[in-house]
Design a protein around this ligand. Structure first.
Ligand code: FE
Length: 240
């Protein structure tokens, strides 16, 4: 996720020049100095810029569903995270670090939920690819070693998606040297459990209800069979 740097905290010659002008303007009553947020220059998280069109995943995910999902739900998590970070020393950290540092803080539940949902959704957008992709190379070897076959892995992903009670996520992860399929509830994330996420499927109702109503299995199967970006999964394998 990109950050948009705010320019009100300046450094070096630009700082002193601006300070001189600012002091003169304050003395003359033109305006008051605005301070920097705690922890230095503030920055704003920007939503992930999609590499594909929002109708490119049709007919499996409709443009209408995608626009609501990306433009309302995801944007809402990004906006709320920025709002909760305002003035916080955590604001300078990468989103992943914010998620990790707030995961067990009882007074940071809202920040964790929104930051983790922003992270999970960016990972989900990257887990999708119009036309899909086939696993190969080292990833396919690991799939065969861990699950026996790609079809077995696909079955486990579907089962995990259906077994997740309520909102959550199904994931392909690397744990140690073994691939696993896991599910997490609400905003939870495998990074918080010592696992490396490779792919994810959003199984919150907002991800599919407009297109599939209560048929979560049909939605998940459509993604597994047609949209999973196995190139992204392969790129997430740690380099040996
Ligand atoms: Fe979602």
């Amino acid at each position: 996720m990109r950050r948009k740097e705010h320019r009100h905290c300046l450094r070096g010659r630009a700082f002193w020049g601006t300070l001189l002008v600012s002091v003169l303007m304050v003395v003359t009553g033109t305006f008051g100095l605005s301070g920097c947020s705690q922890g230095g220059a503030s920055s704003t998280l920007q939503p992930y810029a999609l590499p594909y069109d929002q109708k490119a995943l049709e007919p499996f995910i409709s443009q209408k569903t995608f626009e609501f999902h990306y433009g309302k739900h995801y944007q809402g998590y990004v906006d709320k995270t920025n709002e909760l970070l305002r003035g916080s020393s955590l604001a300078q950290l990468p989103l992943e670090e914010i998620m990790k540092q707030t995961a067990t803080s009882p007074d940071k539940v809202a920040l964790f939920n929104n930051a983790a949902q922003a992270w999970n959704h960016e990972f989900f957008w990257k887990s999708l690819k119009p036309g899909g992709a086939k696993p190969g190379g080292e990833l396919l070897k690991k799939i065969q070693a861990s699950f026996g076959s790609l079809d077995s892995l696909k079955r486990l992903l579907l089962d995990a998606s259906l077994a997740q009670f309520g909102s959550g996520w199904a994931w392909l992860v690397l744990e140690g040297d073994t691939l696993k399929v896991v599910k997490t509830g609400n905003a939870d994330n495998p990074l918080l459990h010592g696992q490396v996420p490779l792919l994810t499927i959003d199984v919150w109702e907002h991800a599919y209800y407009l297109d599939y109503q209560n048929r979560r299995g049909d939605y998940v199967k459509a993604i597994i069979d047609n949209l999973l970006n196995w190139d992204f999964a392969a790129a997430n394998l740690p380099k040996s």
